[in-house]
Design a protein around this ligand. Structure first.
Ligand code: PMP
Length: 440
């Protein structure tokens, strides 16, 4: 249902979730406050409008000769060019459309030269932590660093000590748990000085900061459309072609082949495509690609610096508000003053985090996330509890609040008020003189 009074305005970019009603436990309704952008961001109205304008012209990509097929192929390839510009790619860089960041990193893992050793911090999202060993590469899991400078030193030392051969460092641009920014440019220098390549997981960075591959000197970058205000199941892997072009095609199927024939020995002979098509088998997701390109255009036009400045302003107000709540502990790896995107995880005394997230939803119409955010080693380290088996929504939990370009300030003030009220409900009573136990 929609039709609740919306708090949007004051610099927020228009999103589709404006005015969507959230039912409350007491039977009333309130505008839904989407504060889980780090999982999936609301759709920018502008993205939706571009998709809607194109939808009647939708046709098969790279498949047909008809007018709409040609048009769709053009839309798909122009979207690739838009993303190439948005990411500040080098002229020869490839832009591959995938399903998501997870898919992009798995694609790169599948394309690495044989014998590549991959270095990754334990603080990564599982999507950046797991694909490498899964695709048969040796992995060195580096311990969580205490500061951005320590991250660079740790990575440099590990890469310098590694045996000769291809090496890849995989790093996040911004943590999906703490929002903390990682020193990507310095890590790229450390990687290159030690004969390694760097892939940037920009799933949380790209929605909040300009990502420029050339300036960062990163070799590849991966991100997801649904965190960049564009849903529709598409993501991107962009970067150097030298490891991608000769690699075994990521998926085997139509679109990735030039010639297929029955072999003399009764098998099947294949001559694979080169270029992007080599790793994009199957019918392309043209709506997903168009939506990502539309989001890139919208963010560029709004000005990434202006958006980041607004987010920084709102984020410091949010943190100042939450700092006044007794019993609230914020999760941070590099310390409370570290540079961040608007992602904040916390625990609250007296509340199990899942239960707290549910109370925020049912009593205040606020959507957050509770769990381990698919970054178990990091959350375990930050919560300082012994490890235990759990999935993404594991049994050790924190609550995560995250927002972005479409967030009105009212959603954040509502959250601060809600957390304050819920904290007060379960505040430990002030210590008084202990009652004298009754005699047995
Ligand atoms: N990396 C980071 C830092 C993320 O936050 C996420 C999503 N939470 C991913 C990778 C995976 O993204 P997706 O689920 O879109 O593949």
């Amino acid at each position: 249902a929609s039709g609740c009074p919306s708090a949007a305005g004051s610099g927020a970019l228009p999103v589709l979730s404006e005015g969507v009603c959230a039912p409350l436990a007491d039977g009333s309704e309130i505008e839904y406050a989407a504060l889980d952008y780090a999982a999936s961001a609301p759709v920018l109205r502008r993205v939706w409008e571009e998709v809607a304008a194109y939808a009647p012209r939708y046709g098969s990509v790279h498949r047909g000769t008809g007018h709409l097929s040609r048009l769709s192929t053009e839309v798909f390839e122009r979207s690739r060019e838009t993303v190439h510009r948005f990411l500040g790619c080098r002229p020869a860089d490839r832009v591959l459309f995938t399903r998501s960041t997870t898919d992009s990193l798995n694609l790169l893992a599948a394309a690495l030269p044989p014998g590549t050793r991959v270095f990754v911090f334990e603080t990564e999202h599982h999507a950046a932590l797991l694909p490498w060993a899964h695709h048969g590469h040796e992995v060195t899991c580096l311990p969580a660093p205490a500061s951005p400078a320590a991250a660079v030193a740790t990575a440099a030392a590990a890469l310098a000590a590694a045996p000769a051969g291809p090496r890849l460092l995989c790093v996040t641009g911004a943590s999906n748990v703490t929002g903390e920014l990682w020193p990507v440019r310095e890590l790229a220098v450390a990687a290159h000085d030690n004969g390694a390549r760097l892939v940037l997981d920009a799933a949380q960075l790209a929605p909040h900061r300009r990502v420029n591959l050339t300036r960062l000197d990163a070799d590849w970058v991966a991100f997801s459309g649904h965190k960049l205000y564009a849903p529709f199941g598409a993501g991107v892997l962009a970067g150097r072609r030298d490891w991608l072009d000769p690699a075994r095609p990521y998926l085997a199927g139509g679109g990735a082949t030039r010639r297929v024939s029955r072999a003399a020995d009764g098998g099947v002979d294949v001559d694979w495509e080169t270029g992007e098509a080599r790793h994009e088998a199957g019918s392309p997701n043209v709506i997903g690609a168009l939506a990502i390109a539309a989001a890139c255009r919208a963010l560029t036009e709004a000005g990434p610096e202006a958006l980041a400045a607004r987010e920084r302003r709102l984020f410091s107000r949010l943190r100042a508000g939450l700092a006044g709540v007794t019993g609230l502990s914020e999760l941070a790896l590099f310390g409370p003053e570290s540079a961040r995107v608007p992602v904040l995880s916390f625990t609250l005394d007296g509340w199990e985090s899942g239960e707290l997230a549910q109370a925020l939803a049912e009593r205040y119409g606020i959507g957050v996330r509770a769990g381990m955010f698919c970054a178990q080693p990091l959350v375990r380290r930050l919560l300082g509890e012994p490890g235990q088996a759990a999935d993404c929504e594991g049994t050790l939990r924190a609550v995560r609040v995250s927002f972005g370009a479409g967030t009105p300030e009212e959603h954040l003030t509502r959250l601060v008020r809600a957390v304050g009220e819920l904290a007060a409900e379960r505040a430990r009573p002030a210590r008084t003189t202990a009652p004298v136990p009754a005699a047995a």
